[in-house]
Every structure is written in C-alpha cells, then in structure tokens.
Design a protein around this ligand. Structure first.
Ligand SMILES: Nc1ncnc2c1ncn2[C@@H]1O[C@H](COP(=O)(O)OP(=O)(O)OP(=O)(O)O)[C@@H](O)[C@H]1O
Length: 288
C-alpha cells in the first residue's frame, strides 16, 4: 500500500528529557492509533510530524516531501491537517470565522472558493447550522468539531489528531469516532489517544510509545493477542498479577503471568497494551 509518511530515527530532547528517542515509523492510508502513558512522547511526535518543531536527529517525508527544507516544509503543510491538543481558538470568532482564518493560513486565497470549502467542512462535521455562532457559546464537543473542521479544510491527505476525544461525553465521542473513521477512508490519519476503545473501534493499526520510544507497532488484533492466556479472574487479588482490579461482580480481573489452574478470561486490547507497557519498564497500573 502507498506509504504516506515515512520517518526514520526521529529524536528530540528538551534539556535532559528525551521526548523522542530514535522513532521510526511508516504510515499508510487509514487510521493509526498512537497510545502511551502521560509523557510518552506522543504529542512531541505529532508536533514533529506536523512540522511545528524540527527533530534534533532523524528525518521524515510526507507524500515524498521532506520538511528539512523551507520549500519541502511548505509542501508538507499544504498536505497536512493538524488538530493540536489545545486548539488556539479566538473565543470571539464564530465557527465560520475561525475555520476561514485557518483556510487563509493554508494559502486558500480565492475568497468565494475558500468560503465554499469552509461551509463544506463545517457541514461535514455537522456544524452547518451553527456556523455563525461564537465559539465561546458552543459546547466542548462542538468546539472539538470546529477544530476538526479546521484540520479538514483544504482536504489534506495527512491528518494529525492529538487526543480529539478527550473530555467528550460518550455520545459525542461516538459521533467523533464516526467522523474520524470517515476521514480515514480516504486519508492517512494519526490519532493520539488515551482511549483504548478508540483504537479497538477505529484503527487499522496501533503504535504504542513509552519513554520516547516505539514499544509496539502492529494491528489492534496483534496487540490484543499479546494478552492471550495472560488474563484471568480470581476471587481475591492475585499477588502474581502485573495489574489487577476488582470488577463489578466482585471478582478480580488479573493481567500478567497466571498461576496454575487459573480461570482464563478473553483478553482486550487494553490488556495487551498494559502488558506491552509492563515490558517497557512502565508501571502498568499507573499507566492505565
Ligand atoms: N516544550 C517542552 N519543553 C520541555 N519539555 C517538554 C516539552 N514538550 C514536551 N516535554 C517533555 O517531553 C516528554 C514527552 O512529552 P509529550 O507531551 O510528548 O508526551 P505525551 O505522550 O503527549 O503525554 P500526554 O499523554 O500527557 O499528553 C515529557 O517528559 C514532557 O514533559
């Protein structure tokens, strides 16, 4: 399959913190989930790929363009949609004005065509009716959709989404998932999230990071399979479990190395994720 993004040996430090440590990655069309505990380096990787900050070492291309040069950076930005962790809204802007402002930054200079495109993306995210409303008057979920519309304006081939479902209620999250899945039908989407269900439901591929490095890169089914035979239930907390918690029915769900005769339980993607983090020397319970 066509490879949209190809990165090799990306490293970036902030003082003594190695936020990215020799990250290599190839992204293809569809939605790739990026999981990892707080401070794993997810936002830093997204900012590097979105050309917001250059790496100290390593290189990458987006659709064959190398952002190492000013010209290449411009070409990459033309093909990129970025939803940052904290979108910088001007609260006095209406939804239309904000997306239009982003469209201007994306060099869409023809006014009529630009306005058509702004209306199109606001319709796409279901905000056509409220496009004239001030952003400060919109709900959190609607604001996130404004940010997604801004990322989608100009129909970029590569979408970088940093925790877009954070703070949304279950209904809004489901709606957002539908939008991201739709975007991933024709584009390459890199989605950073703490929600393992987002990954299980949306992604064709998942990358797990810890301490700046890639710890897993494969399909959601492969990540889940990491926990096959390593999840079991018991009446009391099992001392041998790497992670364990009491469930609603009073039994304990344990993840780790089961004792002899343990009652196995069907693993989930989250179980596989916890075990990958445990192998990376990260406290799985804290990371969860
Ligand atoms: N601008 C910065 N200046 C100094 N340190 C930074 C900066 N940006 C990130 N870091 C550090 O780099 C490491 C990786 O941070 P990053 O925000 O990329 O992690 P993350 O996986 O996105 O975390 P979270 O899930 O909490 O958003 C952390 O230790 C963080 O404190």
């Amino acid at each position: 399959m066509t490879c949209t993004v190809s990165a090799s040996g990306l490293s970036l430090s902030f003082g003594r913190t190695r936020a990215l440590d020799d990250v290599s990655l190839r992204l293809t069309p569809g939605v790739t989930g990026l999981l990892g505990p707080n401070g794993a380096g997810k936002t830093t990787l997204l900012r590097v790929l979105a050309t917001a900050v250059p790496p100290d070492r390593g290189a990458f291309t987006v659709l064959g363009h190398d952002p190492g040069s000013a010209r290449g950076r411009q070409e990459v930005r033309r093909r990129l949609g970025y939803l940052p962790q904290t979108p910088g809204f001007h609260p006095g802007f209406t939804a239309f004005e904000f997306v239009d402002y982003v469209a201007v930054l994306k060099e869409m200079t023809g006014r009529a065509a630009r306005h058509r495109e702004v209306r199109r993306v606001l319709e796409e995210v279901g905000l056509g009716e409220v496009r004239g409303r001030k952003i400060k008057k919109l709900s959190g979920g609607m604001r996130q959709r404004v940010a997604l519309a801004a990322a989608l304006v100009g129909d970029p081939r590569f979408l970088v989404l940093d925790e877009p479902t954070v703070g949304l209620d279950p209904e809004q999250r489901m709606r957002f998932r539908e939008l991201i899945a739709g975007a991933g039908e024709t584009r390459t989407v890199l989605l950073s999230t703490h929600q393992t269900e987002d990954v299980a439901m949306l992604c064709h591929r998942v990358v797990v990071m810890a301490a700046g490095a890639v710890r897993f890169d494969g399909t959601p089914a492969e990540l889940t399979a990491r926990a096959a035979g390593r999840v079991w239930s018991s009446r009391t907390r099992d001392a041998g479990a790497k992670a364990g918690w009491r469930t609603g029915d009073g039994s304990f769900r344990n993840v780790g190395d089961p004792p002899e005769g343990a009652e196995p339980v069907e693993p989930t993607l989250e179980d596989g994720y916890l075990l990958v983090l445990d192998g990376a020397g990260v406290d799985a319970e804290v990371a969860a």
